[in-house]
Design a protein around this ligand. Sequence first.
Ligand SMILES: [Zn+2]
Length: 375
Amino acid sequence: MHIGIPKLVFNNNQISYEVDITCAQGNRTLWYSLDKSFSDLLCDSGDAALLGMLIPAMLAGEDIHIQGAVSEQLYYNVSGPLQQAIQIIIPSLKKIKIIAEEIDCEQPKRAKGVITGFSAGIDSYCAMADHYYSDVTEAFKVTHLLFNNVGSHGVGGEALFRERSDRLTPHAQALGLPLLIVNSNLHEFYCPEIGFQRTHTLRNTSVALLLQQGIGRYLYASSFSYADTSIGESYDISMSDAVLVPMLSTAMLNAMPTGAQYSRVEKTLRVAEVPDSYTALDVCLGPENASSSANCGKCYKCLRTLNTLEIAGYLDRYESVFDMKNYKRYRSKGFMKILITKKPLSAEVRAYAKEKQFSFPLISHLVALVMRNQK
Ligand SMILES: [Zn+2]
């Protein structure tokens, strides 16, 4: 695979980072674009393209020849340790060589900007609780929010990305922080075999690497706690975020995980202390949500969040953002799943319910009993 020299191109109100990719599958241009008002943050190095294309090249077993300058630190990790780690997670990947024409060995001062991905979900608001609402030191306080289209919007594609970004914009405005909405065709280089859940850490961080000119720290909200962190074959790369994210840093960008010190229940309780989240929280799985509320109140993510909030006694705080009629119909189903599922996140909620001496609905107990006996 050959990765050319990136160009920054202005087009109407957007600025794009474009780089030509030549590989066995043909010639294509990889691009990322965002509002041109953020052009002073953009970096034209090859770092973003190198990280974004690493997994597709490893899947194809193609060495990477890169023309644009790459950070020495990223080059070191991408050439060896990072490949070793992600090959354990996705065993079908092959080790490849990285041949860089220009390695940038300078140690420039990092920019002061601090950015974190913002989807208004539990992980996002927990990151904001720690890095915005609290009196965290300035170097770790969020200054910018990021929302990407690098494959997380599934079948909804760009239309769903636009809908979600429109929904987020007023919440970012209420926070008084700039929201960078970054569109890209990066997902076109990833086949279903290496879907978003297995690769999102590298895809999202490639966007942060675009912004090194004005952003010196990238906080990557971890879904999994340190207690559940591991490197092993997995459908979800998140389990390894705490190990992988620091490897994606450069001299100009400190990429670091955040939130891994909490369990899912602890995160939900932390978010419940942030009043801005009462009217903005968005955990719903999305396109199938036909209710007028931001959150359907019946998908598994809505149910897990609402069940936890109910056990804590905080349900009333979120009445305006969930379809509570749906929740009343489906809450016992959510509790039943918590009673029978062996997954770590359900076990956490069970333990929390016990601690709070919460009484599960009788029907949830009965159905759970029947299902256990059927196994
Ligand atoms: Zn939902």
